[in-house]
Design a protein around this ligand. Structure first.
Ligand code: IPD
Ligand code: CA
Length: 277
């Protein structure tokens, strides 16, 4: 493969940045799938005993960081496995080198490389997402978006499902790594489940957002997400027609991320608040 030559931020278009993200995600995806064939072990535990990291997560982040730095030396970097680099161009790459690490560890073919490039501080309260890529390297499904350009899956335009009543809403969600938060989430879900079509806990937040984008779920919500979990997926879901927000007037943040159809998002948010989700 011919490496993408360095571009200054002034000359790179959003399309250039998206192309670079796709190229790097594909290379990292091939690396990760190949590495899994040789077996995977937990390398460390992070916020709790069930919040694990493998050496492949770290190596994938190092590969992504190196490729982006070669092509875009002035851009910042913000990765889950600790990679930090200040931006001199105004752009920062927000990266989850393996989203769905627990699925990866168990060999469940539902994990992703998530790469977004954002303008401004690497803070979801203020950044503007420019382009985003979420790749499931096992299935080859590639979700992409750039601001104002719509969302695509494997290069075909995608859109959210039509609005449905709450009782027919299929909702993706995920659970925190903290035992205390999980207990609260379980109690909330017990109240929510009888009121909606069903819930899905697939294990990869970025792909959950892409599922909303592709009409495979009507909505998604989760607490305690980190910026790299939703940076790319939120742009993809928005570009496919969803509202992606935090609680009230907030943008997506650690407290809450909700993605849903614009016509039903208000009602769903109220329900989630009422049940303490
Ligand atoms: C996790 C996954 C999971 C979500 C967690 C995330 P990781 O990311 O996206 O679906 O429920 O909140 O932390 O740790 O596998 O990169
Ligand atoms: Ca991860």
């Amino acid at each position: 493969m011919t490496p993408t030559p360095p571009t200054s931020s002034a000359s790179a278009t959003d399309d250039d940045l998206l192309r670079l993200a796709i190229e790097v995600a594909r290379e990292a995806g091939a690396f990760v799938v190949d590495a899994r064939r040789s077996g995977v072990e937990v390398a460390d535990r992070k916020s709790s005993p069930v919040d694990v990291v493998t050496q492949v997560d770290r190596d994938s982040e190092a590969l992504i960081r190196a490729r982006l730095a070669e092509a875009r030396p002035l851009d910042g970097f913000f990765g889950e496995e600790g990679g930090r680099g200040a931006s001199e161009s105004g752009l920062t790459w927000v990266v989850d080198p393996i989203d769905g690490t627990v699925n990866f560890l168990y060999g469940i073919p539902h994990y992703a490389i998530s790469i977004a490039v954002v303008e401004g501080e690497p803070d979801p309260q203020s950044w503007e997402a420019v382009a985003g890529v979420v790749l499931n390297p096992v299935t080859g499904e590639l979700f992409t978006a750039r601001r104002g350009g719509g969302a695509r899956m494997n290069d075909r335009p995608i859109a959210i499902a039509d609005a449905v009543p709450l009782s027919e809403t299929l909702i993706g969600t995920g659970f925190a790594y903290s035992a205390q938060t999980r207990a609260e989430q379980g109690a909330a879900i017990a109240q929510l489940l009888p009121l909606v079509r069903d819930l899905r806990r697939m294990g990869t937040a970025s792909l959950d957002l892409c599922a909303v984008a592709a009409g495979r779920a009507n909505a998604y919500f989760e607490r305690t997400l980190s910026p790299w979990d939703h940076a790319a997926g939120a742009l993809i879901a928005r570009e496919a027609g969803a509202v992606v927000k935090g609680l009230g007037d907030r943008r997506p943040d650690r407290e809450f991320v909700l993605a849903a159809h614009p016509e039903t998002v208000g009602e769903l948010e109220q329900l989630l608040v009422d049940v303490g989700a």
